[in-house]
Design a protein around this ligand. Structure first.
Ligand SMILES: [Zn+2]
Length: 357
């Protein structure tokens, strides 16, 4: 997540009356609780796991990041509402990112609960299982090179992470692949699983139209914009996919947003409109930058402001820089698809964009 569009001074969630990260099981609707769980890196502060009670047990939307602190807190919060791990029947996971998927797949396999994930996340999971050994390069390296950020790739590769192979217990395959849009019976409710690629290729939101609720994952976040283009293997039009998915969610009834990060928010329509405007403005910013001459995604990122404080690209830490370069590339690729920019790829993979004609 690299950019914000709304000031977050009011990060108080209406269900708790406290900052949205405050520990507890907060009732957001009849039989549905929000449990914020900690993340090891504080950039996003926490992730909301939603617990839906049914006569047959619990269905959880997302599972949290598989770290001991989060596991203990989830256990404690479930006990505070008279339940426990043994009651969990199913995990509906919005996407493959580790703050959403890893605890779901670990607990799901331990408890014999069904874990459901979008099938378009399979190439990402396959990459963990078969894609590299201790000699392979970080899978993001080539993506960063195409974005003109080879310098960033070099720094990423000096980090400790790529010396280790992925811990496959955190990346066990789901029991159920979600494919297309499907209605899922959850106790007395019908939850519509809606495929919303963009943030990741297999992202899903879950809509409970009868109760007016949208379990939004990272697709519609109330105070920040989700990162775009930060996935391996890369997809050709992540921003185009994201904006199409926003339009798809805009066509649903106006729903209360139950986001994975941030406070519960009143209107999916209002937030989707803000996100669409935000990205159109960024696209215009890219057009202005290209008017100065052909440029790589990293060059163009240098012309844009980053985070809610409009930081310069060069002021960002090396991780955020990489995300910013990849997100800018997603904007430029969409301009190409719209006929507002051209692209050329050099033999080393670096892509240069230019104003047409
Ligand atoms: Zn997330």
């Amino acid at each position: 997540m690299t950019s914000s569009t709304t000031p977050t001074a009011y990060a108080v969630s209406p269900d708790s009356g406290e900052h949205w990260t405050a520990e507890g099981a907060w009732e957001v609707a009849d039989g549905i609780h929000r449990i914020p769980l900690p993340l090891p890196m504080d950039g996003l502060k926490a992730i909301n796991v939603y617990v839906i009670a049914t006569d047959e047990g619990l269905v959880l939307v997302d599972g949290g990041w598989a770290i001991p602190e989060a596991r203990e807190l989830l256990d404690r919060c479930l006990r505070s509402i008279g339940s426990g791990f043994g009651d969990i029947r199913r995990f509906l996971v919005t996407h493959i990112h580790r703050d959403h998927f890893t605890m779901a797949t670990v607990l799901g396999h331990e408890l014999g609960a069904d874990v459901a994930l979008g099938i378009d996340e399979k190439p990402g999971l396959d990459l963990f299982h078969h894609g590299f050994d201790e000699h392979s390069e970080n899978p993001f390296t080539q993506v960063l090179v195409t974005a003109g950020a080879a310098d960033v790739a070099e720094l990423w590769n000096q980090g400790p992470a790529d010396q280790e192979l992925p811990d496959l217990t955190l990346w066990q395959y789901p029991d159920t692949w979600l494919e297309g849009d499907v209605a899922i019976p959850v106790g007395r409710r019908t939850i519509d699983a809606v495929h919303t690629p963009g943030h990741t290729p297999g992202h899903y939101v879950f809509a409970d139209r009868a109760d007016g609720l949208l379990f939004a994952g990272d697709h519609v976040l109330p105070t920040i914009t989700p990162s775009i283009g930060f996935t391996v293997p890369p997809t050709p039009q992540p921003l185009g996919d994201f904006m199409t998915s926003l339009t798809k969610v805009r066509a649903l009834p106006d729903l209360r947003v139950l986001p994975a990060h941030g406070p519960v928010a009143p209107s999916s329509h209002a937030r989707v409109d803000e996100l669409l405007v935000f990205h159109e403005k960024r696209l215009e910013g890219c057009v202005v930058a290209l008017a100065a001459g052909p440029a790589t995604a990293a060059d163009v990122a240098g012309h844009l402001g980053w985070t809610r404080h409009e930081h310069a690209y060069d002021e960002l830490d090396v991780f955020s820089k990489g995300m910013a370069a990849m997100e800018t590339k997603a904007h430029l690729e969409l301009l190409v698809a719209r006929g507002r920019a051209t692209r050329s790829e050099a033999s080393d993979g670096v892509v240069t964009f230019a104003a047409p004609g």
